[in-house]
Write a protein that binds this ligand. Sequence first.
Ligand SMILES: Cc1cc2nc3c(=O)[nH]c(=O)nc-3n(C[C@H](O)[C@H](O)[C@H](O)COP(=O)(O)OP(=O)(O)OC[C@H]3O[C@@H](n4cnc5c(N)ncnc54)[C@H](O)[C@@H]3O)c2cc1C
Length: 433
Amino acid sequence: MAWDFSTDPEFERQLEWMRAFVREEVWPIEAVEDRLTQADLDRINAPLQEQVKKRGLWAAHLPPELGGQGFGQVKLGLMNEILGTSIYAPPVFGCQAPDSGNSEILALAGTPGQKERWLHPMLAGELRSAFSMTEPDTPGSDPTQLVTRAQRDGDGYVLNGHKWFTSNGSIADFLIVMAKTDPDAPPHRRASMFIVPVDTPGVNIVRDVPTMEHPMERFGVLGGHSEILYTDVRLGPDALLGGEGEGFLIAQKRLVPGRIHHCMRWLGMARRAYDAMCERALYRPVKHGLLKDTQTVQAWIADSAAEMQAARLMTLHAAWVMDNHGSSAARTDVSMIKFFGANVLHDVVDRAVQIHGALGYSGDMPLEMLYRFARHARFVDGADEVHREMVARHALRAYEAPADGVPSEHLPTRREAALRKFESVLNTIQSPA
Ligand SMILES: Cc1cc2nc3c(=O)[nH]c(=O)nc-3n(C[C@H](O)[C@H](O)[C@H](O)COP(=O)(O)OP(=O)(O)OC[C@H]3O[C@@H](n4cnc5c(N)ncnc54)[C@H](O)[C@@H]3O)c2cc1C
């Protein structure tokens, strides 16, 4: 019987190397981030990326024929837990979102020509990409309602639409755009994906939208979320990714494993907040001792440890289901970890801010930044409500309403049935004289 929580020793050595490397080489970037341009960051990253490549850990999410490692989701999950500790780690390991997901899309649906032109240079770090689906005027939680339109024109298409929150759009070389090709098809067959170089006439990157994460307006830096207007953008036939109407099918294949990586990254982030919380508990005096001596703080530490452990095991289990039974079999598990993990991240960071008081609220600690960053986890990648709905629908399929309207556990009804069942035994029991 296989029921094993251990990590293969050889892979554990890789993880140990990653932990030390990310902490010593990548975390320091955070402390000077406000002074770095994208070009500075690229210069810092280049030698680090070489080390990662030598170690055989570059773009590990891809299959071996594309330079990845073919690790499977459990190993990728464990790697992402470490990468999640810093937003600067994924680019060093060749798995920066949305490039990582887009490379999977291109690997999955791209023609040999598209792979040659877009995928290989992206994997070599020469091109950057973005994924442009969400629109300001339609619900991202139900992308079947999107209105951006790609209309056939000769052997190509003309694209018109308004998108926003296209992450890294302002530093991308090309965009993968989701647009409606057949408004009359069944909802999940209406949209297609297109490769759109950013310098195509009609593509207007209006701005990077200020967010909770970056409240000050800025432009052209890693982590910006672009608003983009597509006006009469003419695309050749080589722009279409996969078949017409296959947009959602391709997106689904990309999103399910991507959610496992996100959840593990959130745990890496939560762990950083947790470590800060535990450290603070050990030295900060309160009225009758240290913070660690108060029941409230003990409860925060214990609850956080338990919640992170639960989220970790659930996520690794979902990864295991995906590795062993495929992505469709893991869909409910993945929905469960999405909303559970997002809330664990939020609650652990919130407690870490609270225990630090003014220091936690200040920019002298990374906690306020983590808190602002963590907030989006509860609605991106499918809002928590949508995932909860999906889990509940799936769970309820195993149940039936009682035909007579009496609950199965109704005690008087069960007692009556039990009296009938044990009638012969009960009749032989003599009542006391
Ligand atoms: C940091 C960040 C990065 C992003 N990166 C990208 C990107 O690279 N590319 C891209 O295309 N998009 C990106 N997005 C957009 C993201 O995918 C959307 O924000 C998300 O899909 C939610 O869509 P919406 O914002 O339109 O909210 P809506 O769909 O309008 O939903 C708003 C709220 O309504 C509620 N709700 C929705 N549906 C239901 C339901 N069925 N039941 C109950 N309540 C419900 C939920 O509370 C939800 O939070 C990013 C967003 C953020 C914040």
